[in-house]
Ligand binder design. Sequence first.
Ligand SMILES: Cc1cc2nc3c(=O)[nH]c(=O)nc-3n(C[C@H](O)[C@H](O)[C@H](O)COP(=O)(O)OP(=O)(O)OC[C@H]3O[C@@H](n4cnc5c(N)ncnc54)[C@H](O)[C@@H]3O)c2cc1C
Length: 416
Amino acid sequence: MAISFEIPERLLQEREMLKSVAEGIMRPESRYLDEHEHERPHSFIKAMWYVLRDQQAKALQRLTNGGDKPKREGPGTTYVRMVLLAEQLSWGDVGQYLCMPSPLLAGSAIEAVGTTEQKLRFLKRFAEGEPKWGAMAMTEPGAGSDTSAIQTTATFDPETNEWILNGEKIFCTNGKLALEESDGIVVVWATVDRSAGRAGMKPFVVEAGTKGVKIGKVEIKHGIRASDTAAIVLDNARIPADNLLGSAEVVQREGTAGFKGAMATFDASRPMVAASAIGVGRAALEFLKEKLAENGIEIPYGAPYHSLSAVQRDVLEMEAQLKAAWLLTLRAASMLDHGAHNSLEASMAKVKAGKVVTQVTQKAVELLGTMGYSREWLVEKWMRDGKINDIYEGTGQINLLIVARRILGYTSRELQ
Ligand SMILES: Cc1cc2nc3c(=O)[nH]c(=O)nc-3n(C[C@H](O)[C@H](O)[C@H](O)COP(=O)(O)OP(=O)(O)OC[C@H]3O[C@@H](n4cnc5c(N)ncnc54)[C@H](O)[C@@H]3O)c2cc1C
């Protein structure tokens, strides 16, 4: 498939608007929120809510009027737009970006496997009233990379036509914001049949205010400290039957039913995580270049390689790596906009960007010497913040495995 890497003018203009939010609202709060974990980025939340609420209302209006497909000719730009947003706001501050009041990962799951009726019902709240958050809870104390080990159960009660959820989820981004601090939603993955492994896994929409749902430990973290990461305890939590996304049927074939829904969610979210990583990496690289320039070190683009100093070579290498990750990310997002299957490309972008951000931010700290390690500058924070992109939404190793399986044609049972 031929993908154009030219970004439409209106998206570039939108990026300029986001840049002013990043510079004017996020950056000034960065250090404070890093040092005061669990305080909320109120100014950013307020600024973004008005923009996002309007956009959500328009998207729902389109859905009500004419089904899921946009009316115009040719592919849309939904996902390219989302990666541009993730990149620019993460350049501002990735912890705050994650607090963006939006359906976030719950939205990816609902878009991937929900019916039109469910999309309208669950996403409506993000188009009105006060700020709200969405989240997705897959990880458990005994189930991280190996999602088939999930122990949270969903049992159907035919008398009340409800699902009863029991279990514990951990490390849920925006879990507290969604369930305790707003009228939000969390998509909880639970098994309807433990013996069926991944085929038995189903996504359930848990709404704020559901009895039997409690927020547990809120993590104190190494990076993205402005972001909320919480445990969720489900103790006989009853939710309506039609809060199950997709079908309740357990199909005993790999890549079908429940797990397909999880994979479709990741196909949409991994390019965004990759973009977020690149935003952090770009922040560090730009800052490094600024400081080098203040010390009389410019990057002579086009000069013969052998004539460059070690520092200049390092900077060019950092730029090239970030660009490579960005092109992979744009490709993965564009494929979704074209309606193409992008699992391989989404994992490629995620694994590349996750590695590059850790290398680039670490190198920036190194080249800036003692001040790079000082809390006076944000570069040490970007080094801490960047690492998460190599962990969540499938670690670097897991995404490499997915890439290898897809290229070599192995199933997850054959190559693990
Ligand atoms: C800040 C933060 C926010 C998060 N937000 C969310 C969220 O919103 N929702 C959610 O559901 N989860 C979330 N997570 C959880 C995250 O997705 C998991 O941490 C991740 O999937 C890895 O699981 P684990 O930590 O249990 O590591 P493990 O699976 O125990 O892995 C440990 C190490 O072993 C490696 N490894 C495991 N299996 C293999 C293999 N087969 N081959 C090679 N290497 C392997 C891993 O790559 C990793 O390096 C979050 C985590 C963090 C830190």
